[in-house]
Ligand binder design. Structure first.
Ligand code: GDP
Length: 454
């Protein structure tokens, strides 16, 4: 069975943990979009791991991780992450695939067997990061992005957006280009010249230097070569062998470049369709799409969040839910569960089932509000508005449900949950028109249980 896991809100839904749980029943875990702007946290044996580029299922022994063609790759960040994961494997060899010929010793990550990087993935260069920061700085000094007057869009500054710009402008440099010296030099020279014109003339920044950059990327090319491969072919061969694929979406539906709250979005397709394009697999091979939602809503950075809490509640939930970005450390904005956006996510992804995470964070609430529709300009609207400016003005219409005010973190099955928590989850199912298949009630691997048959 091939499964796609997608965020059904604004990212940070806890996909890392869900992937870690589902990875047990998969052979290959595939990232298909985004870059190291993602941050998926997995807690295993009380040790916390944050995955940025490497698929988060790799803490299970014997799993293969694929970074597909749709991902943009900062080789420096990738190597740093490989190093960190290798150290984790060395601390606990049960985690990795042992290096052949050295049995019984603490082993590092055997990258060649464990990780595959698409030779068609686009590379991030330092000029992408420099432009990312310079562009956001320039936007900060103008008005609101919703009103078309510029304004910050809340990028992570990792060069992801500018790298995707180059991909679409057809001047990007792909992993395979690293291994053809003449092509690489020509493309890099063109890019450095063009980016330096932008950096100096438009943003009044210093230029990047060609020679050190070329030298640095030659080194990276050697270091990443063991895992560079044609991942599309690899995945097709794996499917012929009946291996099970688990596609790991990064960010979330409302951050999707097409279906999110544009322009406050990421620059890739975070939705389920992105899995096919970003891994080179046909839609017909996807058996299930699972959407992940928190029991409330969060978003990082700018942009509309209709159900946003007032200050006091914001502080409470932020602290209980540890709502600070895994990649940037930025505090997340928090609000009540918004069924309008989650329904939109169910539609565009075609979710077969939902995972609800962080139910425990609501344990102390006396009353819980559920947003079922919006009021925009005096009119009730139950569907996601395509005009972002109206979402900015949307007033949530809430349904109040009693809280459960008891600890859910020890629950092992649905029936262990307090009745009020069960009622809350059933109402979410009703509003989304999809069944819940997994509930998470804490950050640890074992604090999750499946619901029903799926
Ligand atoms: P992702 O980007 O969707 O993988 O989400 P993040 O990893 O950025 O955020 C999820 C955070 O919540 C991590 O710190 C997890 O350890 C934690 N987490 C995941 N599920 C739960 C849960 O059910 N309850 C609590 N309290 N924390 C959780």
């Amino acid at each position: 069975m091939n499964i796609v896991v997608v965020g059904a809100q604004w990212g940070d839904e806890g996909k890392g943990k869900v992937i870690d749980v589902l990875a047990k029943d998969a052979d290959i875990i595939v990232r298909y979009q985004g870059g190291n702007n993602a941050g998926h946290t997995v807690v295993s044996d009380d040790e916390e791991f944050v995955f940025h580029l490497i698929p988060s299922g790799l803490l299970h022994p014997g799993k293969i991780g694929v970074i597909g063609n749709g991902v943009v790759v900062d080789p420096e960040a990738l190597l740093e992450e490989v190093q960190r994961l290798s150290l984790a494997y060395a601390r606990d060899p049960r985690r990795g695939i042992p290096r052949p010929g050295a049995e019984g010793q603490a082993q590092g990550l055997n990258v060649q067997q464990t990780l595959k990087l698409s030779d068609q993935a686009h590379l991030i260069f330092p000029y992408h990061k420099r432009l990312d920061v310079a562009e956001e700085k320039a936007r900060s000094s103008s008005g609101s992005a919703v009103q078309g007057g510029g304004g910050r869009i809340g990028t992570t500054g990792r060069g992801i957006g500018p790298c995707y710009v180059d991909k679409v402008a057809r001047c990007g440099i792909r992993v395979a280009d690293l291994y053809d010296e003449a092509v690489f030099e020509r493309k890099l020279r063109q890019n450095v010249d063009e980016k330096n014109r932008l950096l100096t003339a438009i943003y009044h920044e210093s230029p990047v230097e060609f020679d050190p950059l070329r030298g640095q990327y030659r080194q990276f090319a050697k270091a990443i070569e063991p895992f560079v491969t044609n991942t599309t072919r690899f995945l097709h061969e794996a499917m012929v062998r009946k291996q099970r694929l688990l596609f790991e979406g990064a960010q979330g539906t409302l951050l999707d470049i097409d279906h999110g709250t544009y322009p406050y979005v990421t620059s890739s397709n975070a939705t389920a369709g992105g899995a096919c394009v970003g891994a080179g697999v046909p839609p017909t091979c996807i058996d299930r799409v699972i959407g992940v939602v928190k029991a409330y809503t969060t978003r990082v950075g700018e942009g509309p969040l209709p159900t946003e809490f007032a200050a006091e509640l914001m502080q409470h939930i932020r602290a209980r839910g540890n709502e600070f970005g895994a990649t940037t450390g930025r505090p997340r904005r928090c609000g009540w569960f918004d069924a309008v956006i989650a329904r939109h996510a169910v539609q565009v992804n075609g979710c077969d089932a939902m995972v609800v995470t962080k139910l425990d964070v609501l344990d102390e609430m006396p009353t819980i509000q559920l947003c079922t529709a919006y009021e925009i300009n005096g009119r009730r609207l139950a569907d996601f508005p395509s005009n972002i400016a109206s979402l900015d003005r949307a007033k949530p219409i809430y349904e109040s449900l009693p809280g459960w005010q008891s600890d859910t973190t020890q629950a092992e099955q649905f029936d262990d949950l307090p009745h009020a928590a069960q009622a809350y989850l059933h109402r979410i199912e009703e509003l989304l028109g999809v069944k819940i298949c997994l509930i998470s009630i804490g950050s640890k691997r074992e604090q999750a249980f499946r619901v029903g048959q799926w």
